[in-house]
Design a protein around this ligand. Sequence first.
Ligand code: SF4
Ligand code: SF4
Length: 315
Amino acid sequence: MSVKQTQRLKQGINSVTGGIYKIQRFCINDGPGLRTTVFFKGCQLRCKWCHNPETIPARRTFLLNHDTCTLCGRCVTVCPVNAHKIEAGTHTVDRNSCTFCGKCESICPVDAIEIAGETMSVSDVIEIIRKDQIYYAESGGGVTLSGGEPMMQPDFAGALIQECKEAGYSVYVDTNGAASPGVYNSVVKDADGILFDIKLINSRKHLEYTGMANEQILKNFRNSCPMDKDLIVRYVVIPGINDGAGDLTELCDFLEKCGFDGELELLAYHRLGLRKYASMGLDYELSAIEPPSQERMNEIQSYLRSNNLQAVYRK
Ligand code: SF4
Ligand code: SF4
């Protein structure tokens, strides 16, 4: 390939754009070392316990924190489509008419409004990532693509991974695995590691709690095991949903049959995202579920270890 062709190709890759929720620096829980985590917008699943519901819609998302809002009315004044209303001490927003102009977000004196998501090019993202590269070598870190779900934007994810690899960064992909084999393989092929979120093994329950059956997800996981990559399973323990004896036995059996010998990271369900549901005008269906105790998490860790899995629960 000529120099000009290479330059044109590179320009093409750098100008690919995608929907990004945010880029978080100095992350310590998204793969090895210090990492820069790029949160994609859009997800195919509707997990009832999702703690980042603002990443689920592919388009931008409007959030209004009613706890912070002082009802000052400035947003009402600036909104060009009259989406805000304050009546009888109650602030409502017509999200359907919002054009995401950002005027209310800018004028709010208490940051009660957030418009989540923006369009960025690969080079925009790389520019931010580059600020952290000094920490990668020392800590064994790098970049992690997360979400939302990177598989929802395979061209953008692929182009970003390509650029990161060219710059010499380690790349991990945090995924729910819900993609066709073609899409899945095209995204993970150049990644160094995969953080694979397994929600439930039972497909009927998976459908009930995430809105999607899991046959294809588990197939993608199975196919990932022989890949020459650091494959880590993430399992969020949700009391009464996936922590029963049957659920854990199914998990052990499945991982054993796959020949999985990597780390199984246990995460305790929490309700830190609850306020976001109200901010988006949504109900949170699992409000009755309490987070698991540390004793229960330790118990599950021991059980999984007794089944020859490298289960790790980090508090
Ligand atoms: S982002 Fe713009 S259109 Fe949407 S509610 Fe705020 S001011 Fe109105
Ligand atoms: S500008 Fe902010 S604090 Fe004032 S009413 Fe709007 S959301 Fe509430």
